[in-house]
Design a protein around this ligand. Structure first.
Ligand code: GLN
Length: 188
């Protein structure tokens, strides 16, 4: 399978490595023309407003809104997928019927690590949260895969997967495996 990582800003290399470790081809995506050769796309963590500016500049906002590719967003990538962002007039790509809150785990705990149960994945997942968003509300079509401190931190809606944390900063390749094998491969 060919899995792209949107390579405008953020943790790109780490995701590419997790794709390769799962035995698939990881492709850094810098031009919209590359989208047509992919089986799935990862939207990495970083800074969502910066990413949005760059996506507008390179034509990705329109191309991804129209795209039928399976997508997996981590952290800032989750924010890009959401229909609604608390305090903002409009979402970015609006792929998932969810509302998110940015930087929602409080100032004093900017980052923390946790072992999480994630539905659909057998063993616990090692999760690093960095200025992480959480999911405030979800529509009927959305499946909640994981929660921490009573906050939703992993959700799936059909071919879209959104998570608050950063598995790509750990050795834990299980969520990438889930996205590729249970979502992107099933979409073919
Ligand atoms: N706080 C960032 C944002 O709102 C997301 C943080 C991250 O991706 N680590 O875009």
């Amino acid at each position: 399978m060919k899995i792209g990582v949107l390579a405008l800003q953020g943790a790109v290399r780490e995701h590419l490595k997790h794709i390769e470790l799962n035995g698939h081809e990881g492709i850094p995506v810098k031009h919209v023309e590359q989208l047509k050769e992919l089986d799935g796309l990862v939207l990495p963590g970083g800074e969502s407003t910066t990413m949005r500016r760059l996506m507008d500049l390179y034509g990705f906002t329109t191309a991804l809104r129209e795209s039928e590719l399976p997508m997996y967003g981590t952290c800032a990538g989750l924010i890009l997928l959401a229909d609604e962002i608390e305090g903002y007039e409009e979402g970015h790509l609006k792929k998932m019927d969810i509302k998110v809150r940015r930087n929602s785990f409080g100032r004093q705990v900017d980052s923390f690590e946790a072992e999480l149960d994630v539905k659909g994945i057998e063993e616990q997942v090692n999760a690093i949260f960095i200025r992480a968003p959480h999911i405030v509300s979800v529509g009927d079509e959305v499946e909640i895969l994981s929660e921490v401190e009573d906050k939703m931190v992993a959700v799936r809606q059909g071919k879209y997967l959104g998570i608050s944390f950063h598995p790509e900063l750990t050795d834990d390749i299980k969520i990438m495996k889930y996205f590729i094998e249970e979502m992107a491969a099933q979409n073919k």
